[in-house]
Design a protein around this ligand. Structure first.
Ligand code: NHX
Ligand code: ZN
Length: 688
């Protein structure tokens, strides 16, 4: 382990002394060495008498004596090799040798002298002798070298896997946390300025940065620093962005991890990673740990152990619970976590002392969307007259990520059309693209089909126009887009509370396409499947979630905790049948109502249908010309009016304030000037 370094210390000499390339080089060299020193000869072991016989027969060229081992090797001449029935290998051109143990009582040199004397008598050449004393070491290396090399190799491999800041994978490393560590030098360059909207969430999260920067401000008053905060909200609303901004602003180390990083096949690995993450965090304290998508581990633990469930995940969760609020103190470590399903999380995780505070990150409101658009439009060359507020109004229900996508898509569309700047039409096309998919003008549609599609869409338009809570219509189109052949586009209204009648009106409008087909075509087609699916879902939640049906009032059979009841329903068979009956009845009632509205407004419907067949796309104002102004004011208009009124009030106040400030005593020079400028009694020059 490295010693903790002093802040001033040089952090750069952490490089290992021998790096991996040197290791490879050494291994290759050793292999070459082995090959070079290797005894690549053909050897026959014989006993001493045979060795002696060969020597006296003059079959040896030379003899090497390994005195330490008591071995003699005789190198055979060509004839000698033949006589011993040995062959020189063609490939290695190796020597042929005879090898024998020297009898311990013999004096080798005397023996060889004797042999040479015999050979001299026969007129044959003498045998040369060399003595090799140091063969022991060579031999040991020869036998143990490869093992040592393999051991070294494995040591360095494991070292390399565990080393480095990235914390690469590898079998030696499964229990290590895979947190990405950011600090002052390599932090994400996101600040709170880059976070548009989310005003309330920002206040809370900015406070967390404060906790880390000067904790004594809070501890002096006896307050405990919170352990963690949970960022909750739908996807794309900027939870991760907020966390990144904290990292960018806090100036403390920031450990980022995803909940799924804890999940692994092996038993105990998740818990080990949690332990390691917290160990790492404590070493770096004060610091922030960010766990994205915490529901991957934090989902509520199953109730019945017989189901088996996911023991491994539960172990991981238990480890996290103990780490966050165990006996060990982890001062100066604040844990941020993000999820889009807070209701699914284990209750133990949400208890004070763990994630004490939940920060809701909601879909952006109108004013937030204006801000978000402004952030994303900073880098986009757009038309100077672009009405950002109108854009924000057209993107009700969009998340921050969706808006970013709209801006980018608009720029792409403008570029495709070789425009110099991105204008309103590009943004509209981008929104349509994102909501409805790609336009498919190439789809072949017969006139008969076109008529049917127009009938269906005109039905939607007519009925929503004529119901109180029908969403304000934006346009109706029979241009195929994505999977749809046609569509009626609405600006969905942002409601906090939805009255029952609004649900009924929505269903009525959705069923109106099918209803128009039945009324005017005499038969219905398959196309309305999506409408029916949505309608049935609404009807079902009206009965089961909102408790609004007559037969099952004020009952909620919804399970918002996400905890499964196994395969049992929390209601009886009778209730199940009643639910089905109520859903059926409600849908039927709305279908009949839609048909009724269409019959009453048949002539207008047909006008809209014909206009659609002719123009393919018609807009709000065209429909208004045919159906007349709507009886009910749209909530959006109301909100706009409210905002305008607030704005006017604010301006008025500001004006009063300004005037008061001006009326205050001022310096003599200003007093001199002022009457000339502001005197209302002075008539304009040209009236003289
Ligand atoms: C088909 N599409 O699948 C053809 C190509 C009744 C005039 N054979 O209700 O286009 O029939 O008011 C999301 C959005 C399926 C999911 C639209 C899944 C459409 C759409 C089927 C108009 N407009 N139906 C509508 C339509 C079809 C479908 C969808 C979806 C039609 C209807 C699609
Ligand atoms: Zn439809």
């Amino acid at each position: 382990m490295f010693q903790p370094q002093k802040p001033g210390g040089n952090r750069n000499n952490r490089r290992p002394l021998i790096n991996m390339y040197w290791m490879y080089a050494i291994i290759v060299l050793c292999l070459f060495g082995l090959y070079y020193f290797q005894d690549n000869s053909t050897v026959k072991e014989v006993d001493w008498t045979d060795f002696e016989k060969a020597a006296t027969a003059g079959e040896f060229e030379k003899i090497t004596v390994f005195s330490a081992n008591g071995i003699a090797e005789g190198f055979l001449t060509e004839q000698g090799a033949k006589a011993q029935h040995m062959h020189r290998s063609d490939i290695s051109d190796a020597d042929c040798k005879l090898k024998a143990n020297i009898p311990s009582n013999d004096k080798v040199q005397d023996k060889i002298d004797a042999w040479n004397a015999v050979l001299a008598q026969q007129g044959k050449p003498e045998i040369a002798v060399t003595y090799d004393k140091g063969s022991d070491l060579m031999r040991i290396f020869y036998y143990f070298g490869p093992i040592v090399l393999i051991a070294l190799f494995m040591y360095f491999m494991s070292k390399r896997m565990s080393g480095g800041s990235g914390g690469a994978g590898g079998i030696f490393n499964v229990g290590k946390s895979r947190a990405k560590v950011f600090d002052k030098n390599n932090g994400p360059d996101v600040t709170f300025k880059d976070v548009a909207g989310l005003a309330e969430a920002k206040v809370e999260i900015e406070e967390i940065v404060e906790f880390l920067k000067n904790p004594q401000r809070y501890t002096e008053l006896g307050a405990k620093i919170p352990k963690g905060a949970l960022l909750v909200g739908p996807p794309g609303t900027g939870k991760t962005l907020l966390a990144k901004a904290v990292a960018g602003e806090a100036n403390v180390p920031f450990l980022s991890m995803s909940g799924s990083d804890f999940v692994e096949m092996f038993v105990g690995v998740g818990a080990a990673r949690v332990r390691d993450l917290f160990k790492q965090a404590k070493e770096k304290a004060p610091c922030i740990v960010f766990i994205d998508e915490i529901d991957a581990v934090g989902r509520a633990r199953g109730k019945n152990p017989s189901m088996g469930g996911n023991d491994e995940r539960e172990n991981t969760l238990n480890q996290m619970l103990t780490e966050m609020d165990g006996f060990g103190s982890n001062n100066g470590v604040i844990i941020l976590a993000a999820t889009n399903r807070a209701d699914m999380l284990d209750k133990a995780l949400l208890r004070p002392g763990r994630f004490d505070r939940q920060i809701f990150v909601d879909l952006p409101e109108l004013s937030d969307r204006v801000e978000i658009f402004n952030v994303h439009l900073r880098n986009i060359k757009c038309n100077a007259g672009l009405n950002v507020e109108q854009l924000a109004r057209q993107t009700q229900g969009f998340s921050g990520a969706d808006i970013a996508n709209v801006c980018n898509e608009a720029a792409l569309i403008a570029a495709r059309n070789n425009k110099k700047e991105v204008d309103w039409d590009d943004f509209m096309a981008a929104i349509d693209r994102i909501v409805g998919g790609l336009e498919k003008r190439s789809r072949v549609i017969t006139d008969e089909e076109k008529f049917a599609i127009a009938t269906h869409e005109a039905g939607h338009a007519t009925v929503t126009w004529m119901t109180q809570y029908g969403n304000p219509l934006v346009k109706v189109t029979i241009v195929p887009r994505g999977r749809a052949l046609g569509a009626a586009w609405y600006a969905p209204e942002a409601r906090q509370i939805i009255p029952k009648q609004a649900l009924l009106d929505t269903m009525c409008g959705m069923l109106a396409g099918r209803a128009a087909e039945e009324v005017f075509l005499g038969q219905v087609g398959t196309g309305a499947s999506d409408d029916l699916e949505k309608t049935t879902k609404i009807a079902r939640s009206l009965v089961m979630v909102y408790g609004m049906s007559e037969k099952l009032p004020n009952l909620n059979y919804n399970d918002s905790t996400g905890q499964d009841y196994g395969f049992t329903r929390p209601y009886s068979e009778d209730t199940a049948r009643t639910i089905d009956e109520e859903v059926t009845r409600i849908v039927n009632e709305q279908y009949e109502r839609a048909k009724e509205i269409i019959r009453v407004h048949a002539s207008q419907h047909n006008k809209i249908r014909d206009m659609l067949v002719e123009r393919e796309v018609i807009f709000h104002d065209d429909v208004e010309l045919i159906l007349g102004p709507r009886k009910w004011k749209s909530r959006t208009d109301e909100i706009i009016e409210l905002t305008k009124r607030d704005e006017a009030k604010r301006k008025e106040k500001q004006d009063v304030k300004d005037r008061l400030e001006k009326a205050q005593p001022v310096t003599p020079e200003e007093v001199k000037e002022e009457p000339e400028d502001d005197d209302p009694g002075t008539p304009p020059p040209f009236t003289h």
